[in-house]
Design a protein around this ligand. Structure first.
Ligand code: SF4
Length: 408
């Protein structure tokens, strides 16, 4: 199976090449749910069939290219309107490349070192499925200030049409090396995507949990069921997940899979804690409360270690009306809002501003038109029973919100 040219050096995109690149890809700093994400290198040869780059129009770009230099990227990040030193969680190269590809790795280290030398204490998340060797770990171990979390994407998929690198055990070897070498570096097994028919057999899941026991945390999540990646998967003649079901804005992880993961984790007595949310895993390994305020959606916390629950509950604070009002004014964000149990309803701010508020407050900030339902936070509808009472309650809240908006 073709994995692409892994030895290429990285060139800057020419102005002409930029014209042909989707604008979303050129936008190299985005505020995402798990942090402010820096992605000035785009392009990846690893060819994972479910890659999110399918729906961003970049999947065919197999060679990493730079949108700007590392120095320009760092300057933009540190001067970004959403960046708060020591507070804003940062993610590096998690949109359109792998940070440990041979040609990308030096840039990954350069950025990490630069942030570290500035004395910044932000959580920095790096997600890879590629080769991490002993020399790499020595470099990561030398970082002194940033709170690094190295996530390894591994889900037990063995089908090379879905993950061309799967048969080579590359990620497994990286996890073993990182787990052996780490002293300060925190490592998390990123168990994704979990998909019915691909990797949900008990034996497969047990193997993943076994690998997870080498790490400091395990985060599990689902699969993006979207038209473009679905069509691509269909073209590979492999089992297309959720075929015939409507496409979803959020990742799909049916309730039965969630329950199976939790059950096996308990049955196998895996000591490494399990989390449903990336930010929960990243916060836990640094002994911090979840910066996304997931404590407010308490059903997510049933699998969390009791010490971590204490930490999250003791720091989770519902903002007062005037605190929220003042914050919106200070940031010049225009929305009506209602403070509810565990979350604040807003309207039309867009994801980036909502995440900015959420990370400042450590409290969930939702959009009134994008509700979450019980046991389904951040997940698509497939594989869940819709609760009529909950839907009615949401519609009442929406009516209240809209009426209130009109009065302002
Ligand atoms: S207690 Fe809840 S919010 Fe806190 S890290 Fe655990 S799961 Fe996340």
């Amino acid at each position: 199976m073709y994995i692409g040219n892994l030895d290429s050096t990285i060139s800057l995109l020419s102005e002409y090449e930029k014209l042909k690149t989707p604008s979303y890809m050129l936008d190299y700093i985005n505020y995402r749910k798990s942090g402010l994400s820096l992605n000035h290198i785009i392009g990846c040869p690893l060819n994972c069939a479910y890659c999110v780059r399918h729906f961003w129009g970049n999947f065919d770009d197999k060679t990493p290219h730079m949108i700007c230099t590392d120095e320009e990227a760092i300057t933009s990040l540190l001067n970004h309107q959403y960046f708060i030193p020591d507070v804003t969680p940062i993610q590096l190269f998690n949109k359109a490349t792998d940070p440990f590809l041979p040609s990308v790795k030096a840039h990954t280290f350069y950025i990490l070192n630069s942030l570290d030398k500035k004395g910044l204490k932000n959580i920095v998340t790096v997600i890879t499925r590629y080769k991490v060797d002993e020399e790499d770990m020595k470099i990561l171990e030398s970082l002194e200030n940033i709170k690094l979390v190295l996530f390894f994407t591994y889900s037990g998929i063995t089908e090379s049409r879905i993950e061309p690198i799967a048969p080579f055990d590359i990620t497994l070897n990286s996890i073993r090396i990182a787990s052996k070498m780490r002293k300060k570096t925190k490592i998390v097994l990123y168990w994704r995507p979990i998909v019915i028919g691909w990797n949900d057999a008990e034996e497969t899941m047990k193997k993943v949990l076994d690998v997870g026991s080498l790490c400091d945390g395990i985060v599990f999540t689902g699969y993006y069921h979207k038209e473009k990646n679905s069509k691509y998967i269909e073209s590979l003649s492999v089992n297309t997940p959720y075929s015939g079901e409507s496409f979803q804005r959020r990742k799909v992880l049916p309730q039965e899979l969630d329950e199976k993961v939790v059950r096996l984790h308990r049955e196998l007595k895996v000591e490494t804690p399990l989390f449903r949310k990336t930010s929960c895993g990243a916060s836990f390994v640094h002994n911090l409360p979840d910066y996304n305020g997931h404590w407010g959606i308490n059903e997510l916390c049933d699998i969390c270690p009791s010490e971590q629950k204490k930490l999250c509950s003791s720091t989770h604070k519902k903002p007062s009306y005037s605190e929220m009002y003042d914050l919106l004014n200070k940031l010049n964000y225009k929305t009506h809002f209602i403070i509810d149990n565990g979350h604040i309803w807003t309207k039309g701010l867009g994801e980036e501003k909502r995440y900015h508020l959420q990370h400042i407050l450590g409290f969930q900030v939702w959009d009134i038109n994008l509700p979450h339902y019980e046991h389904q936070h951040g997940r698509g509808e497939i594989g869940f029973q819709q609760n009529q009472l909950e839907i009615e309650n949401y519609l009442k809240m929406k009516k209240k919100f809209d009426e209130h908006s009109l009065q302002i």
